[in-house]
Design a protein around this ligand. Structure first.
Ligand code: NAD
Length: 416
């Protein structure tokens, strides 16, 4: 894994690369390369033993010209300002690629949640919510879950905000539990958009997804849902992995049974007799590879050995920029994260719409609306790729996003 890449510099490079293909002035591009503001705060939290610990935390707001800032809150020991700023920028791009009316946001607390009790994590989350309360709001900035946060943390943030503001405003965060104003279909949404992108990609490339072989790296929420839906579409999922290693059956395995094994034993590798290392999974001779674990999982060395002809990115940033170059040289089709995993933020948007209307949709309606968004975005991206004769589909995605954001920015003008 290449871990020395500064994500904020990668974001700026990606914007520069794409802006070269867009008719946009230099000042507007410069504006697109920086967050509007980053809150840095130090949260003093009482631990169960009566001592106090201070945690560094951030919230970055990146280009709100198309709507409220939108993005997750992550709890991780490596959270820092550059990472949070970059992730907020990618959210602005992702929301523009799928054309939902949001800017980018991201937050994080530097903490390993495994080291703390539930009561300590609740106090920490409420301290964070109190700090960001003046910045967030249904029309300002709408947090969501990210690494190591979920429905529980969103419910705490919502409750803290509503208590401070003396209101009920469920749309202040998304990714809530259903009984607290969450949406049907939200948990499955990201894996669903990965599977829909794969379906559209095979159709676009003139390949048959039915009978195609698939390897999935990462068997959490995104990877396991995507694998089950790809199986429903007729693909043969032959290998799936988590941090324990990979389960492998060249005849095709049952992805939902593999998930049940992981839930049961903790390790997906227990599902089959034949197993692989994660590196062997990434270089397996399959039609489709879905990296759905971590950022920078595939560097240029691994990229040279990858045998798949199509990659659909489930994780955020699973390829290093150098790996991207190798795939472009080798004519491997990479369908980028900002399209493929945008299902999560899209159904978050549906959740927010439902919260505002206080009117809730069926799961069928959520899934139908999601399919429309993903298919439309796919068509717009591939049209931009062909019309602009662009080097990669990732550049095409950034071109589509920059056009939309720059157009809104130019229409707004600058003030004062
Ligand atoms: P998760 O924690 O549910 O699952 C992650 C999986 O990756 C786990 O099975 C873990 O064991 C596995 N893993 C970790 N290290 C690995 C390694 N070295 N090799 C193989 N597997 C490894 O997380 P998730 O929600 O599925 O998110 C996965 C990725 O998708 C992340 O990059 C996340 O930012 C991105 N993403 C998630 C969502 C969402 O809605 N959940 C939305 C957009 C993007």
């Amino acid at each position: 894994m290449a871990d020395e890449v500064n994500p904020f510099l990668s974001l700026q490079e990606q914007i520069d690369n794409a802006a070269a293909h867009v008719d946009v002035d230099a000042g507007t591009v410069e504006r697109l390369k920086h967050p509007e503001r980053v809150l840095e705060t130090n949260l003093a939290v009482e631990l169960d033993d009566g001592t106090t610990e201070v945690f560094k935390a951030f919230r970055s707001q990146f280009n709100g010209v198309r709507g409220p800032y939108k993005g997750g809150v992550r709890y991780h020991p490596q959270v820092d300002r550059d990472e949070v700023a970059a992730l907020s920028g990618w959210m602005a791009v992702k929301c523009a690629v799928v054309n939902i009316p949001y800017g980018g946001g991201k937050g994080g607390i530097r903490v390993d949640p495994d080291d703390y009790s539930t009561a300590e994590l609740e106090r920490l989350t409420r301290a964070f919510a109190t700090e960001i309360a003046p910045l967030i709001g249904v029309d300002r900035d709408v947090p969501a879950p990210d690494v190591n946060t979920g429905q529980r943390e969103m419910n705490w943030i919502k409750d803290t905000y509503e208590t401070i503001e003396r209101t009920t405003e469920p749309g202040v965060v998304t990714g809530k539990a259903i009984d607290s104003g969450g949406s049907q279909g939200r948990v499955e949404a990201t894996g669903r958009s990965v599977a829909l992108t794969a379906r559209e990609a095979f159709d676009y490339l003139g390949m048959d997804l039915s009978g195609a072989t698939v390897a999935v790296q990462g068997y959490g929420n995104v990877g396991s849902i995507a694998a089950g839906l790809l199986d429903d579409l007729g693909a043969d999922v032959v290998a799936v992995s988590d941090s324990s290693g990979a389960a492998y059956d060249p005849e095709g395995l049952d992805p939902r049974a593999a998930r049940a094994t992981k839930d049961d034993t903790g390790d997906v590798v227990d599902h089959t007799e034949r197993t692989l290392t994660n590196e062997q999974l990434l270089t397996l001779d399959v039609d489709l590879l879905v990296p759905a674990a971590l950022e920078n999982a595939i560097d240029e060395t691994i990229a040279r050995d990858v045998n798949a002809s199509v990659i659909v990115e489930g994780a955020n940033g699973p390829l290093t920029p150098a790996a991207d170059d190798v795939f472009a040289e080798r004519d491997v089709s990479v369908f980028p994260d900002v399209l493929a995993n945008a299902g999560g933020v899209t159904v978050s948007y549906f959740e927010w719409v439902q919260n505002r209307q206080r009117f809730y949709w069926s799961e069928e309606r959520v899934n139908d609306e999601l399919e429309t968004v993903v298919v439309d975005a796919f068509d717009e991206l591939t049209a931009a790729y062909e019309e602009g004769d662009l080097p990669t589909l990732r550049v095409a995605a950034y071109v589509v996003a920059i056009r939309r954001i720059a157009s809104a920015a130019q229409q707004s003008g600058t003030w004062p």
